[in-house]
Design a protein around this ligand. Structure first.
Ligand SMILES: Nc1ncnc2c1ncn2[C@@H]1O[C@H](COP(=O)(O)OP(=O)(O)O)[C@@H](O)[C@H]1O
Ligand SMILES: [Mg+2]
Length: 249
């Protein structure tokens, strides 16, 4: 069985960055094999991991017009979807992408989930960088996340948004091992006591406080993979410690 980590949180909180740092930690500690999944319609996990992507689930789905004789369209799509598995340095990557034209990517989403489900057991870790909401996670999959990792801004509104996501995961009856909170961009002076109180009030489990990292900022500015930041970067050290505590079987 693979260990599945799914990221959630408002846009811009740092989900993709945290995914990149988790990948760096998994690779550094030789915790492979790893499957990274970019389930955000505005895919950019590949940029953070420095992988060129020219094939996505959404794109394959769009390209399919002629279904071979004797095959159902669904069976053919499921077969073609295998082309979307990208082999990178030390891990594999699947990108959902957004089908061009029509705005709905529900089908690409369903396909991605099905395919990830099919593949999951070939990996030790499956890391899913999600888009902001959770609804798309609702249709049941056999591999529900061991950890639903909610990333929040270091303020009251951020914690409220995180709480809502936790509630939503319960409403949607997502089968989740643990719901954990990471507060990102914690200032050097630390978190305001009121933020801790808010976290307690909502019964959230604060698993890590991620500082603002100049290495992460520099990697972003120079369009480098976040995996290239030094091992002694303070944000990376926090994620490395977090994984060893919560995600090592
Ligand atoms: N701890 C951090 N220190 C410095 N910059 C950060 C940190 N976390 C995120 N960022 C930056 O904030 C921006 C948004 O982060 P991103 O991971 O793309 O958010 P999301 O995936 O949730 O939309 C990116 O430019 C990223 O480099
Ligand atoms: Mg993102």
């Amino acid at each position: 069985m693979s260990f599945n980590i799914a990221l959630a949180g408002k846009g811009g909180t740092g989900k993709t960055t945290v995914s990149g740092l988790i990948m760096k930690s998994l690779l550094k500690n030789d915790f492979g094999p790893i499957l990274a999944v970019d389930a955000d319609a505005n895919a950019n996990l590949n940029e953070i991991l420095n992988v060129d992507v020219d094939v996505t689930i959404g794109k394959i789905r769009e390209e399919i017009s002629d279904v071979p004789h004797g095959m159902t369209k669904d069976a053919y799509i499921e077969y073609r979807v295998q082309e979307a598995l990208i082999e990178a340095a030390g891990f594999d990557l699947i990108v959902m992408g957004r089908p061009e034209g029509s705005g709905c990517y529900c089908y690409a989403n369903t396909l991605t989930k099905k395919y990830v489900d099919m593949l999951a057991d070939n990996y030790k870790y499956v890391l899913i960088d999600n888009e902001a909401g959770l609804e798309h996670m609702s249709r049941r999959t056999t591999h529900s996340p061991d950890i639903l990792l909610i990333v929040s801004d270091p303020n009251m509104r951020g914690i409220l948004a995180a709480k809502r996501l936790k509630d939503l995961s319960e409403e949607l009856k997502l089968k989740v091992g643990k719901v954990l909170l990471i507060v990102n961009r914690v200032p050097e002076s630390g978190l305001d006591q009121r933020v801790y109180d808010e976290i307690d009030k909502y019964g959230l489990t604060l698993a890590a406080e991620l500082p603002v990292s100049s290495d992460v900022i520099e990697a972003e500015m120079s369009k480098e993979s976040v995996a290239t930041i030094p091992d002694d970067d303070k944000a990376f050290k926090v994620i490395d410690g977090f994984l060893k505590k919560y995600a090592v079987k």
